[in-house]
Write a protein that binds this ligand. Structure first.
Ligand SMILES: CC(C)(COP(=O)(O)OP(=O)(O)OC[C@H]1O[C@@H](n2cnc3c(N)ncnc32)[C@H](O)[C@@H]1OP(=O)(O)O)[C@@H](O)C(=O)NCCC(=O)NCCSC(=O)C[C@H](O)C(=O)O
Ligand SMILES: [Mg+2]
Length: 288
């Protein structure tokens, strides 16, 4: 059964116009599968890709993986038909592109008003216009189906006219702002894609940067990126051993009522106890 707090370490995009990729996705260990109707699908294939995505969701076979459909923007030639079709598909989430304002979220939410309550609204963070309104956009999680952000670094690079290098220097402030807005409003947030799908060294470095910044997981474009991504976004052996040590130390009678203690030569506060419990719960969910 899918739960709101299930792991979201890896989210693989695939063009919904590619039946081989859809079949393969059912066998891959990604936590999330995103059937794309937007930028990965050519204009002539939009309508048939929409039908293929809905058919794939209805057919199922994705197991515990969450399945999302990324629709075309509501103001494009295909957006309204995409939204009408996906609203009744029973998909786990509808991912909407190029959100710029809080009212964009309201428009997409209204378009999904007849969808089952289990269908979530996920939003791409990839326009320059959204950057100054990230907190207000994330705050729509309170009043709409919005529950997850995904960074769109390719579109952001295009709009900013920035270069997308492995260090991602021009984007770091936006990544941080988006993470803070998401965290302040209880929204899950996934990092953008790494286009270098043949160089897993570059991919791993970028995934580790995303983990360091605080993302819950990363979006992917190729099956080869799934295993390193799951590894980077799972609590590591060192983190789990530290988490168990913190929990054990706070449980000692001599530490009862204390807010700050010494664990393995370092300070641990009650906030670290929360963090330790989060790691252990996450590891248990991944094992399940
Ligand atoms: C990038 C690709 C076009 C590369 O394709 P190709 O060269 O054909 O890859 P391989 O030959 O290595 O493929 C090996 C097998 O794996 C299957 N495959 C490949 N990619 C996927 C996938 N994403 N999901 C499932 N299966 C996949 C192939 O079919 C081969 O299978 P087999 O023949 O049985 O061995 C291609 O990987 C691709 O299309 N990737 C996804 C592109 C996509 O969806 N892009 C849109 C999202 S990215 C984006 O827009 C982010 C954001 O909006 C932003 O602004 O940044
Ligand atoms: Mg994009």
């Amino acid at each position: 059964m899918k739960t709101p707090d299930q792991p979201r370490r890896s989210a693989l995009y695939l063009p919904a116009s590619n039946p081989k990729a859809i079949a393969k996705a059912r066998t891959l260990p990604a936590d999330i599968i995103i059937l794309d109707l937007e930028d990965a699908v050519a204009p002539d294939a939009k309508a048939s890709a929409r039908d293929a995505a809905i058919a794939a969701v209805r057919e199922g076979g994705f197991g515990d993986r969450e399945v999302a459909i990324r629709v075309n923007g509501v103001d494009t030639a295909w957006g309204a038909d995409d939204l009408a079709a996906v609203a009744h598909s029973g998909v786990d989430a509808v991912l909407v592109p190029k959100v710029s304002t809080p009212s964009d979220i309201d428009r997409y939410d209204a378009a999904l008003k007849d969808a089952p309550p289990s269908t979530a609204l996920w939003a791409m963070i990839e326009t320059c216009a959204c950057v100054s309104q990230l907190d207000a956009i994330a705050a729509r999680a309170e009043t709409t189906r919005l529950s997850l952000f995904i960074m769109g670094v390719n579109d952001l690079a295009k709009e900013m006219r920035a270069r997308l290098t492995p260090e991602r220097t021009p984007f770091l402030p936006v990544l941080t702002l988006a993470i803070c807005a998401a965290r302040a409003n209880g929204v899950v947030i996934l990092d953008g894609v790494c286009n270098e799908f043949r160089d897993l060294g570059v991919f791993r470095t970028e995934a580790e940067q995303g983990r360091l910044f605080g993302f819950d997981g990363k979006t992917l474009i190729h099956p080869d990126q799934i295993a390193p991504c799951n590894e980077v976004f799972s609590p590591g052996t060192d983190e789990l051993s530290w988490a168990h040590a913190v929990i054990a130390a706070f449980a000692l009678p001599e530490n009862a009522g204390k807010g700050a203690i010494r664990v393995e030569g370092k300070m641990a506060e009650l906030l670290h106890l929360d963090e330790a419990e989060r790691f252990i719960a996450m590891a248990a969910r991944i094992r399940r």
